[in-house]
Design a protein around this ligand. Structure first.
Ligand code: ATP
Ligand code: MG
Length: 193
């Protein structure tokens, strides 16, 4: 017997009545902060929105998003500005070198935020950079104050400062229930980096 014809699926694209930029914080000790930010970048691409990612403290160890975003074409740019995790055993750089790098990254972030060229700015691991005092809390708060109304700003990293949480519109804390690392499973490409 013939199947009854079904109506074609209707796809609606909602438009906000009042478009505005949001400040989103992804913090906590579980896995999924940076990848959540990348997910928002991917989603923004689907709307033709332009994103800029500035990664703090990262730059010494390859991570898939560096080349992954290139596949999204000219809608995304990514700057891995750091020299790895400050204070982590085996990291050869001095605190001063880490701080100088993070300070350059803040200047870059500000330039991109105010450039008018981007709809979404991701400051990846910036919370960690504040925690390690490579960036001053006041510098982050200044960025929040200067943010153009229509630009989305996503801040990731453990230990989000209370003042940043207070000013954000959306804050998620990723809790660790399990991490493969704890079973001595080594980090895997695509999942962990
Ligand atoms: P992801 O980048 O996977 O979204 P994240 O941003 O939430 O992770 P980070 O703290 O930035 O988490 O960790 C960066 C990388 O280190 C990730 O690949 C993550 O899987 C891994 N990682 C997280 N926690 C641990 C841990 N306790 N030990 C070892 N590696 C970890
Ligand atoms: Mg991260």
């Amino acid at each position: 017997m013939e199947q009854p014809a079904t109506a074609p699926l209707r796809v609606d694209k909602l438009q906000p009545k009042e478009p505005r930029g949001l400040v989103v914080v992804i913090t906590g000790n579980g896995k999924g902060k940076t990848t959540s930010a990348m997910g928002m970048v991917l989603r923004a691409c689907g709307h033709g929105l332009r994103s800029c990612i500035v990664q703090f403290m990262k730059g010494d160890l390859y991570s898939g998003e560096w080349d992954g975003v290139k596949r999204l074409g000219d809608l995304v740019e990514l700057h891995a500005t750091g020299k790895g995790f400050c204070g982590l055993r085996g990291n050869p750089y001095t605190r001063e070198e880490h701080r100088a790098n993070a300070q350059a990254a803040i200047a870059l972030a500000r330039e991109k935020l105010l450039s008018g060229a981007f709809n979404l700015i991701v400051l990846d691991e910036i919370n960690n950079a504040v925690k390690h005092r490579l960036v001053d809390l006041e510098q982050v708060l200044a960025l929040l104050d200067e943010r153009p109304e229509r630009v989305h700003l996503v801040l990731t990293g453990r230990n989000a400062p209370a003042e940043v949480v207070e000013r954000a519109d959306t804050v998620s804390e990723v809790n660790e229930i399990k991490h493969a690392y704890r079973q001595q499973i080594e980090p895997q490409p695509g999942i962990d980096y």
